[in-house]
Write a protein that binds this ligand. Structure first.
Ligand code: ZN
Ligand code: ZN
Length: 127
């Protein structure tokens, strides 16, 4: 998100705040942008990626459609909810953000290992 009161014509790094952990950006860690100024930092993306990799949406009867903070779409599949804040991201956005950061030469960000299926799925989307 953008900091409340930030000047849109003169945005500073600290005006960009992760929607999930509420950490203001200081330029030292990666951030991925969603729709309408929504943001997720590399740290949250790592957690989201690891968690989404272990969940199985199709077999979870409790899953209800939620609005994704990143793409603003209503989704009922797997995703990751912020433990601190009312924010949730769908697995599509997790994959897209992970793929983007993984390829970004500016950041030494790697997809967490541990779920080969999830990593293969992300790699498929890179094509
Ligand atoms: Zn974050
Ligand atoms: Zn989404």
């Amino acid at each position: 998100m953008h900091r409340n009161g930030a000047d849109p014509t003169n945005m500073q790094p600290g005006d960009f705040i992760c929607d999930f952990c509420l950490t203001p950006w200081d330029g030292t860690f990666p951030m991925v942008e969603g729709h309408k100024g929504s943001l997720i930092c590399g740290q949250c993306l790592s957690v989201a990626f690891a968690e989404a990799a272990t969940s199985s949406p199709s077999t979870d009867p409790a899953s209800e459609p939620r609005k994704c903070t990143m793409c603003l779409a209503e989704k009922d599949g797997a995703g990751w909810a912020s433990p601190l804040h009312d924010a949730w991201t769908c697995v599509t956005c997790i994959k897209r953000g992970s793929g983007k950061l993984h390829k970004d030469p500016d950041w030494d960000w790697r997809k967490p290992t541990g779920s080969k299926a999830m990593i293969d799925a992300v790699n498929d989307e890179d094509d």
